[in-house]
Design a protein around this ligand. Sequence first.
Ligand code: FAD
Length: 367
Amino acid sequence: MRAIVIGAGMFGASTALSLARRGVQVQIFDHAHPGKATMAGAGIVCPWATKIEEAEWYRMYAAGARFYDDLIASLVAAGETDLGYRKVGALVTSTDPAEFEAAGRRIAARVADAPEAGEVRLLTPAEAQAKFPVLRPDVGAWFIPGGARVDARLLSAAMVRAAVALGAEYRSDYLTLERRGDGVICRDGRGEVLAADEVIVASGAWAQQILGPLGVQHPVKPQKGQIVHLRLNGVATAHWPVLLPMTSHYMLAFDDSRVVVGATREDNSGFDYRVTAAGQAEVLAAGMAIAPGLRGAEIIETRIGFRPAGPTVKPIFGRVPGIAGLSVANGLGAGGISIGPFAGKLLADVLLGQPTELPAAAYAPGV
Ligand SMILES: Cc1cc2nc3c(=O)[nH]c(=O)nc-3n(C[C@H](O)[C@H](O)[C@H](O)COP(=O)(O)OP(=O)(O)OC[C@H]3O[C@@H](n4cnc5c(N)ncnc54)[C@H](O)[C@@H]3O)c2cc1C
C-alpha cells in the first residue's frame, strides 16, 4: 500500500509513523501554515480532570494519555530523546470550594481504572505552593502524579523522523486534490501527479480548503488560541507540575525557566494570525490571578495556533464515504496533543483492516 499524508501536525505525523511501522510506503507533505496548531499547542497530557463529559471523546482522551508511555518508549528506542516530555504531575485547583470538591470527585471516579494517573492526593495550600512556587498561597490542590507535559514541536518532528527512518518520504510542499473517476488525484506544488492508494487529509484547520474542490463538506473550522510564554530568569522550572485551575486557562513549565500560560479560545476567528491586545491581556490576567508570582516574569513570545475544531469535541477520522482512497484525520480541537498519537494509530488500524482498540466507527466522517 502507498499512502500520502497531507499535513505533519500531531495527527498527520502519528498516522504516518503508524503506517510506516506496518510496512506501508508513506509520503508526508506539510505546508507549515502560520498558526499550525501543533506549533502552538501547550503540551498538557492530563485527561482525568476535564469537565467535558462526552463519553466517546473522553474514552479517546484517556486512551490517548495511556498510549503516551508506549509512544515515548518506542521513540526513545529509535534514538529520539529530545521530546520535552516529562511526567511532572498535575495540580488541579480552584478558587471556588464547590468546584474544587466536584473536581476531586470527578478525578477519583476517572482514575479508578487508570493506574497510569498514579495515586491522587489532596495537597494543602503550602504543599501546592511548594510544587508550583508562583501559585497564590491560599489554594489547595489535587495532585495527579501521572499528568505530563510535552513539547509538541519536538514530538511531531520526532515522529516524522522515525517514519522517515522506516522508509517514509517527507517533503515541505502544498498539495491539492481533484476528483478523478470514483477517487481522487493528488498534485504537488509543481502540478505533478503523485500516485497513491490512499490519500489522508490531516490538514487541520485548513482541511476544507483541500476538500472543498472535491465537493466534500468537512465541518472543521479554525479556533484561534493565543498562548503566552514567560521566562522566570534563573528559576529551575523543569519539574514544575502542570497547573489546571478548572477554568479555560492553565499553566505549565519547561526546562528553560519557561512558564507557558494558555490560552484564548476564539471561535469564528478565521485565520487571523495576530497577537491582539485583548488576547494577550486575557491570558496574562488569568495567569497572574492564580499565579501572582508571575508578575515580574519576562514575556518571551506569544504563539498563535488554529485548533481544528469540529462541530462536537469528537475527532473525525476514517474513510470519506463515496470517494475511493480518500481519508480524513482531523477535528482534534483542544486535546490533539493528548489524542493525536493514539488516534493516528487507530486510523492506521482502520485503513489496514486491523482490529481497533476502541470502536472507530463512532469517529468516522459523516457520522
Ligand atoms: C494554544 C493551543 C494550546 C493547546 N494546548 C493543548 C494541550 O495542552 N494539550 C493537548 O492535548 N492539545 C492542545 N492543543 C491542541 C493541539 O495542539 C491540536 O489539536 C493539534 O496540534 C492538531 O494537530 P493537527 O495535526 O490536526 O493540525 P495542525 O498541527 O494544524 O497540522 C496541520 C498541518 O497541515 C498542513 N496543511 C494544511 N493544508 C495543507 C496542504 N494543502 N498541503 C500540505 N500541508 C497542508 C498545515 O500547514 C499544518 O502544518 C492546543 C492547541 C492550541 C492552539
